[in-house]
Design a protein around this ligand. Structure first.
Ligand SMILES: [Mn+2]
Length: 332
């Protein structure tokens, strides 16, 4: 049914998340409907919460919202998105937009396992471009849940493709993400994508900078219990990539990257060993000061810079409380 609705649309617009999963989700749509002209926009859960984002949104008869929790920003978005809306998302739903006339597809309504948006779009469209979904799954850290689907793929190539796509966003911002969507949708195979010169040169620059920041983390991060706070003022949008690299290197630490810019702190939370839920931590620690949300192993948020000390206090308090509740031996 989704396929027919897209087929019939005359002015379709894709709004997708600016990470690898979102890029792959959008690229799968473009691949499936090669003859159709789509307007494409990238966004983040944060940017979509703000009215000024919608100034960029073109008129369309169909909005495909991919890898973005439209339900969380519905009170704002409903005023601007005039036309049919299809949401394909995998963030924890806070409300069901099917009651609002939206086609709202989210595997978590059925309590599904972790289900990256690119895999969801792949399945809904019955796509044969499995390699694009595979890159999205790796990008969104869904490897464990989808090992059968990933069988036969070279993991090294998938990881490299994820990093190439990520570098586009980090180095060139939203324009870079849009370019990555086009390049993925035009590539004939993963090898073809890996050979792209533009993406390769962007990744080299980003890698060099990441290496520098990882070294600095080891010297400058503030450690409390198994939490590492790391404040940065980076030259590229590197917070999320840096948090992921650090959390893979230190799976038993809760990594909290604080990116200060223009009176705002953008925050990335990571924990790879599953001991703490980053989505809950993000929501708790930013309450009343900004926004926070995401997934169990990776989450993000944004607060006013003036709330930074209170934010850190809440992070420590929340994680200590969680640990006590889970450890009976402390209370014989
Ligand atoms: Mn995603």
């Amino acid at each position: 049914m989704v396929k027919e609705v897209i087929e019939k649309s005359r002015r379709p617009c894709i709004i997708t998340h600016s990470d690898t999963d979102g890029v792959c989700a959008a690229a799968l749509v473009l691949k499936e409907f090669v003859d159709k002209k789509f307007k494409v926009l990238v966004a983040s859960p944060n940017s979509m919460a703000q009215k000024r984002f919608y100034r960029l949104v073109p008129r369309a008869d169909l909005y495909l919202v991919l890898d973005l929790p439209l339900d969380q920003v519905w009170e704002v978005a409903r005023n601007f998105l005039k036309g049919k809306i299809i949401v394909m998302d995998h963030h924890k739903p806070q409300r069901n937009l099917n009651k609002e006339g939206v086609t709202h597809i989210n595997p978590l309504f059925r309590g599904s396992k972790y289900y990256p948006a690119s895999k969801l779009v792949h399945d809904v469209l019955d796509s044969t471009h499995h390699w694009i979904a595979a890159i999205g799954i790796v990008g969104d850290m869904g490897v464990r849940e989808w090992k059968d689907f990933l069988k036969g793929f070279d993991m090294k190539s998938l990881e490299e493709a994820d990093k190439l796509i990520g570098s586009a966003m980090i180095y060139k911002g939203e324009k870079g993400a849009l370019k990555a969507i086009r390049l993925v949708s035009e590539a004939s195979s993963i090898e073809d994508l890996l050979n792209n010169k533009t993406l390769r040169s962007w990744k080299e620059k980003v890698d060099r900078y990441l290496k520098f920041l990882v070294e600095e983390f080891e010297r400058k991060a503030e450690k409390i219990d198994d939490i590492a706070f790391y404040e940065i003022r980076p030259k590229y949008r590197i917070g999320s990539a840096l948090a992921s690299v650090l959390s893979l290197k230190y799976p038993h630490l809760t990594i909290v990257i604080i990116n200060k810019k223009d009176g705002v702190a953008n925050i990335n939370f990571r924990r790879q060993d599953g001991r703490h839920d980053m989505e809950k931590l993000a929501r708790y620690s930013t309450q009343g000061m900004g926004t926070g949300g995401g997934h169990e192993r990776a989450a993000g948020g944004s607060i006013r810079l003036s709330g930074l000390e209170e934010f850190k206090r809440r992070v420590v308090q929340y994680l200590r409380g969680g640990r006590r509740a889970g450890c009976k031996s402390e209370f014989p």
